[in-house]
Design a protein around this ligand. Sequence first.
Ligand SMILES: [Zn+2]
Length: 349
Amino acid sequence: MITFCRLSLAGLMLSATFTVANAETRGELQAACFPLAALAMRPDEKMPVKLGHPQALKVPRWQSSAEAPLNILRGSIRRVDLPKGQKLIALTFDLCEQWSEVAGYDGAIVDYLRANKIKATFFGGGKWISTHGERAQQLMSDDLFEMGTHGWAHRNVRGISGADLTRELMTPSAAYQLQRQVLGANQCAAGHEQALQSIPRQPSLYRFPFGACNSAALDAVAANGLLAIQWDVSTGDPAPNQSARAIADAMIRQTRPGSIILAHANGRGFHTADALPLAIPALRAKGFQFVTVTELLAAGKPVVTDTCYDERPGDSDKYDAFFAPRTRFPASAPGALPTATQLRSTAQP
Ligand SMILES: [Zn+2]
């Protein structure tokens, strides 16, 4: 299934080295800007809230860069082949948010990762990043974490093309850049310029919503300098009846060196927070070491496929029903971006 692999490893290595060299200072910026109480979970943030209508939301505009993209690799990255003996793995969490909802922030997951010093990668939907600006800033300023993107409003890219497709792929990067700028302009960031510079200016990792893509979408992701990061370990955590034990067992059973593990931190990983204390000590006991996706990529050779799927080729095609016109990218609404708290206050019960 490996079809095509042409990767600017030098770029990735440089990026990983740069991150490590500044690893301590980013935390100083975070500490200066967010007291522990602001970092901690809030139970009222966890569950998604349906708005009952598409949210009128100011959409940031993506400005394409004249610079050549760092990463040149077309295809869906499932995992990474590592040199014998290395047991690196990447834990990843999607932060999906659709037009007619305010998705959640499962702070118990993030608190657990921080308390146990576990590196992880978060794929934020552009709309999620916009409505959870402070949480996005906390994640991007954390030494343990890396942020990629996950569509603007979780549309299935198999139903869109051309400029609409580019906008769905790249507007999340604009949302990320905006939050990075907001953080940098905050008074608390004064004197922490080095830490701010260590936060990547734009994301380099992308994850397709629904685990669904097509050839045109893979072309567009690569043309925009993004790497399509999918997974080889699916926890099944969006299913409400998937217990913490079952999620943990899926992680423990399926993970092997070089694995990329998929879970959710937007409230739709219903039992994920309870699964981590079951799975992570067991994985560590097996000798696995958690790294970010960029660090994992730099350590070996990505395993790339020419289609996207959950566990088997074709199994995400059932989500084709989710590219109905109702999910069309709307015109930008005027005004400032509302926060998740403001949106929740206007949401229907
Ligand atoms: Zn998603």
